[in-house]
Design a protein around this ligand. Structure first.
Ligand code: SF4
Length: 96
């Protein structure tokens, strides 16, 4: 017997607001209408679901750079998984 896990993420109606903050770019993130837990998935399917939301986000590059500069290990940021960010960081360290 095989089981298939279906991940469905529903947007919320609440908007999170970050003003006068170095993270004010978050106001424009596509994720602002989704539950934060969406971006801290527990499995690969959750990562893919979060990355689909990040795709086309107007602040994805700011989000990614923030996660890299703050060494944020967990979650999907800027459309990247934890593993992808480790690779980016390692690549940048090798270039420097
Ligand atoms: S790239 Fe993803 S996590 Fe970052 S602000 Fe956009 S939607 Fe949110």
């Amino acid at each position: 017997m095989s089981a298939t896990l279906q991940v469905t993420i529903q947007p919320t109606t609440k908007k999170r607001v970050f003003q006068n903050s170095p993270t004010s770019w978050m106001n424009d993130g596509t994720c602002r209408i989704y539950p934060p837990a969406t971006f801290f998935p527990i499995d690969g399917k959750g990562v893919i679901a979060a990355q689909k939301i990040c795709k086309g986000c107007p602040v994805a590059s700011s989000c990614l750079e923030y996660a890299l500069s703050e060494n944020i290990e967990h979650g999907v940021w800027g459309g990247t998984s934890e593993r992808e960010r480790r690779r980016i960081t390692k690549g940048r360290l090798n270039v420097a």
